[in-house]
Design a binder for this molecule. Structure first.
Ligand SMILES: [Zn+2]
Length: 308
């Protein structure tokens, strides 16, 4: 079965302040590399998310602030790392819309794997605030959507971005039917993600690892700390917060992974999805700031998604 690729040119309307790492060129690098890899893909245009879907995880005041008070020119600073340009809200709505549409297509058995090449990223976005380059938490919204609209009982998000997805964790904290698991750099932005942060139902699994972690230690941490809990949970749908900033060339973080490590974890998660989730995996681009590594890793990841 072909892998679905969701994106939209509106994701380029979120314009970065000059010199910002989360730049438009990231999306172009990802799409160029994925398309050049000659994979068996079907491309889809991401729809705009509906306000009601944003409210599954975000406060109404915050949603209104982003949608109704966009700057007319230049930038509005939302947090020290995150700025809104005139087209940012539209970009973020396409990012959320991509993930929801990918879930819908999957639940309609049109395909079993999807990759959402979108920006801005989402996993730091909190219920009432933008944070860490993120406006709306696309993955968390789609997880709750899959549960509420498609009636799934167990949805898992696995986050292999080098930063901890504090927003997703916060949104999942009280939920028995949503699991969040993360591999991330310890003592690093945003400061959350300690191993003893487990959520109300023990459905949060954090594997913090020190700066300098290589692929061997990272794979071992997945096997020891994440895989057993994930397998016990038996997700009916797997969502990936696919950040590639744990790559050794990434300028923002200090892990030493290469593209083979991202292929390895993709293979593991696809295999688990085949056991428990009818093979369903929706992967969503989060971070990754070295353009060459980001392109290579994304293409290798999408190829691995489509293998089994
Ligand atoms: Zn990151």
């Amino acid at each position: 079965m072909k892998t679905a690729l969701f994106s939209h040119t509106d994701c380029l309307k979120h314009v970065e302040i000059p010199g910002h790492a989360e730049q438009r060129a990231r999306l172009t690098a990802v799409l160029d590399a994925v398309r050049a890899a000659d994979l068996d893909l079907v491309e889809h245009t991401a729809p705009l998310a509906k306000r009601a879907d944003l409210l599954r995880v975000h406060n109404a005041d915050y949603v209104d602030q982003i949608l109704d008070n966009a700057p007319l020119e230049g930038w509005k600073q939302l947090d020290p790392d995150t700025a809104q340009s005139p087209g940012s809200a539209e970009a973020a709505l396409r990012a959320v819309g991509a993930v929801i549409a990918a879930v819908d297509g999957m639940m309609a058995s049109e395909y079993t794997r999807a990759f959402c090449a979108v920006r801005p990223p989402g996993h730091h976005a909190r219920p009432g605030t933008a944070m860490g380059f993120c406006l709306f938490n696309s993955v968390a919204i789609a997880a709750k959507y899959a549960r509420d609209v498609h009636g799934l009982s167990r949805v898992a998000v696995i986050d292999f971005d080098v930063h901890h997805g504090n927003g997703t964790q916060e949104m999942f904290w009280d939920e028995a039917g949503l699991l969040y698991a993360s591999l991330h750099q310890e003592g690093f932005y945003p400061g959350t993600g300690k191993a003893d942060e487990r959520g109300k139902w023990g459905r949060i699994i954090n594997a913090p690892l020190p700066a300098g972690t290589d692929g061997t230690a990272w794979r071992q941490a997945y096997e020891e700390h994440i895989h057993p809990g994930l397998q016990d949970f038996a997700p009916e749908l797997i969502l990936l917060s696919a950040g590639f900033d744990a790559h050794r060339d990434d300028p923002l973080a200090q892990f030493n992974l290469d593209s083979a490590d991202f292929v390895w974890i993709t293979d593991k998660l696809v295999a688990l999805a085949l056991e428990t989730a009818n093979g369903r995996v929706v992967s969503v681009l989060e971070g990754g700031y070295d353009l060459a590594a980001l392109g290579r890793c994304s293409a290798a990841h999408v190829e691995a998604l489509g293998k089994a």
